[in-house]
Design a protein around this ligand. Structure first.
Ligand SMILES: Cc1ncc(COP(=O)(O)O)c(C=O)c1O
Length: 651
């Protein structure tokens, strides 16, 4: 009789590994505490070859499972849960494949005279939605995986075997070896070396096979949670089991942002150098809250942000050797919050009262502006969403008039948040004119260029910078379009004093000579949290591994592909553009109206080959196509257009 094993198992007295894909002639496991999920479909296939003993075993296992599940329904009932199975009981199984093996739970009181140190299942997994079965397996799935979104998902059935925990580990044959003593919970750097290689391989394999996954996760709410045990593991699990669950649990529930078919929202592009930079960041594990807590973290960040001033052609007043400087935030939302806090600080220091302070942003600005204003304590009634013009940029006349009305009411214009590249349509507010108004009003100007900012790596794509020298602060996200994985936002200040005044608090335990010398930057005072990750490393890796020219190529190619797509849209009578073409975003709709556009988008996304998102512009439902993924090429844009062409109805 053969038993094919393709997983790792844990045993009560420690851990055991069964080599992947190993086939053992007999599973005479003299080890204990094993919980084995056996694929019943496989069992059924093999049933005809089962001998009488194996059939008895199967019946016993099924009985055991039902009792265990009954226990889950009535957890207080400590009745006889599982029959005692001797390891050799499994020997007679026909060719069955263990699909999932996991140790779960602690000792319980067993019937049948069993010793109390037997381990028993305390949770179970029934995973992998396959066919539409119902009825008979209902009583099986009384556990956590049973109810999802009000509906009972159909799961493949499993049976569970439980083996004694105190058996001795001898004579196990070549496929089984103990890898951890019960007393040893240390995971060593050597373990990291070994597992690290496999993990990097896993990531590389994933990136290589991106196109084989449906871009948008198709899981139903609760489905992934149902695959996880209810309780955390009591004993260490083998790394192989953890890695295996990436394929089994994580990938099915992942929307593949790195897929070349991802055209939704704005991208969050990762790249191999950035991934490796993150790895080193995790390995160093520093908290760069102040210069003294890790000088390299602070100084590399300062230099990277200065490099970017040069690479993007930003105003020199954003450089660190001026009164200003740059700092990495987790997101554009945090950058906007910091800008609002600095603006508030400056206004209050100038004698204004918080309740009088007004904030202005366009009706097309990102919602993070309103959120930031709320967090910073501005009165919601003083936050004005200014109307936009036909190109969705802020209407200057409307801004001027709002400021005038506030002034006349004795209020104080405190901050304007302008957008260079709005989320819905990549519209640009008139930064120069807004900046001049802010100067006249002594109001702070923050420019949010979360997405579009990266484009400035190409000198020909810098028109958005017109007037930027008038800005008090500016932010963009390398994590959107500069090959640096999430999270990485660069916030620049023309004068850092107001932000530091707003956020610096120095308790005794943070005092140090370096900070007191005034010779160093302490970035903890430039952000809301105290602790900070070494994010500059990934930026450093990216800038060095691609070089400015590599980054320019990346951006230029996406802009070229976007113009190409836009040409196809314009030439097709079924569609119309909904916003002026800009950088890497194309906004279009079906001339048949909102319902047709919405249906088309749903059908496109349902193919699993692409994902696009939508917005509303001038009241219309609009399909957005943003080309910015690391791996997106002409071929993928051609594939997208083929799908659009095929699925869109005639006008
Ligand atoms: C213009 C703009 N600002 C801010 C944000 C928020 O970005 P984050 O997720 O970095 O906070 C976005 C997100 O897409 C954006 O498009």
């Amino acid at each position: 009789m053969a038993l094919a094993i393709n997983e790792v198992i844990r045993i009560g007295g420690g851990l055991a590994v069964i080599d992947h894909a190993a086939v053992v002639e007999t599973l005479a496991l003299p080890v204990g505490g094993i919980v084995v999920h056996i694929d019943v479909e496989m069992m059924a296939a093999a049933k005809s070859r089962l001998d009488a003993a194996a059939r008895r075993l199967l019946r016993t296992l099924l009985g055991a499972l039902r009792k265990v599940l009954d226990q889950r329904v009535r957890p207080r009932e400590e009745e006889s849960l599982v029959p005692v199975l001797r390891p050799t009981d499994l020997v007679r199984g026909a060719s069955v494949r263990t699909e999932h093996l996991q140790y779960l739970g602690g000792p319980v009181r067993l019937g049948n005279g069993a010793a109390p140190d037997y381990k028993v299942i305390s949770d179970f997994h029934i995973h992998r939605r396959t066919s539409s079965r119902s009825g008979s397996h209902r009583s099986w799935s009384g556990g956590r995986g049973s109810s999802v979104g009000g509906e009972r998902p159909e799961f493949r059935e499993s049976v569970v075997a439980i083996l004694p925990s105190r058996a001795t580990a001898t004579g196990t044959g070549p496929m089984i070896r103990a890898v951890t003593e019960p007393s040893s919970f240390l995971v060593t750097p050597e373990d990291l070396r070994r597992h690290g290689r496999r993990t990097v391989d896993w990531v590389a394999d994933y990136l290589t096979s991106l196109e084989s996954y449906p871009v948008l996760a198709t899981t139903v709410p609760g489905e992934i949670a149902a695959m996880l045990p209810r309780s955390p593991p009591e004993l260490p699990e083998p790394f192989e089991a953890v890695l295996a669950d990436l394929d089994r649990i994580v990938l099915p529930g992942t929307t593949h942002w790195q897929s070349p078919g991802f055209f939704g929202f704005f991208p969050a592009n990762a790249s191999p150098p950035a991934i490796l930079g993150e790895l080193v960041t995790a390995g160093l594990g520093v908290n760069g809250m102040g210069w003294a807590t890790s000088p390299a973290c602070t100084e590399i960040e300062t230099v990277m942000l200065d490099w970017l001033v040069e690479l993007l052609g930003l105003p020199a007043r954003f450089r660190s050797e001026s009164r200003g400087g740059g700092v990495i935030q987790d997101s554009a939302s945090s950058a906007t919050l910091c800008a609002l806090l600095a603006a508030r600080e400056r206004a209050i220091n100038a004698g204004a009262v918080l309740t009088d302070l007004c904030v202005y942003t366009s009706a097309e600005a990102h919602s993070s502006v309103q959120k930031g204003a709320r967090v910073a304590g501005f009165s919601p009634a003083r936050v004005h969403l200014i109307a936009v013009d036909e190109a969705f940029g802020m209407d200057l006349a409307a801004l001027e008039s709002a400021v005038q009305v506030d002034r006349e009411a004795g209020l104080v214009p405190c901050c304007v948040v302008a957008t260079a590249g709005t989320t819905s349509s990549m519209a640009f507010d008139p930064v120069r004119a807004i900046g001049e108004l802010c100067r006249a009003e002594q109001a702070w100007l923050h420019v949010d260029a979360a997405m579009a900012g990266s484009a400035a790596i190409c000198p020909e794509l810098r028109s958005q910078h017109d007037g930027l020298e008038l800005a008090d602060s500016y932010a963009f996200n390398p994590h959107k379009w500069l090959l640096t994985n999430f999270d990485c936002d660069c916030l620049y200040l023309a004068d850092r004093a107001s932000l530091i005044d707003a956020l610096s608090i120095t308790p005794e335990y943070l005092r140090n000579d370096a900070s007191e010398s005034g010779l160093v930057l302490d970035y903890r005072d430039w952000q809301v949290p105290l602790g900070r990750r070494f994010r500059a490393l990934k930026l450093w890796f990216v800038l060095r591994c691609y070089g400015a020219e590599g980054l320019r190529r990346h951006v230029r190619e996406h802009v070229r592909l976007s113009r190409h797509l836009e040409g196809l849209v314009v030439a097709d009578p079924r569609f119309e553009l909904c916003a002026p073409p800009a950088l890497n975003l194309t906004c279009f709709r079906h001339v048949g109206g909102d319902d047709v556009s919405e249906r088309l988008l749903a059908e496109l996304n349902a193919t699993g080959r692409v994902f696009l998102s939508h917005t509303r512009l001038a009241g219309h439902y609009v399909i957005r196509c943003c080309i910015g993924g690391t791996w997106t090429t002409e071929r993928h844009v051609a594939m997208l257009w083929e799908l659009i062409d095929e699925l869109a109805p005639a006008p």
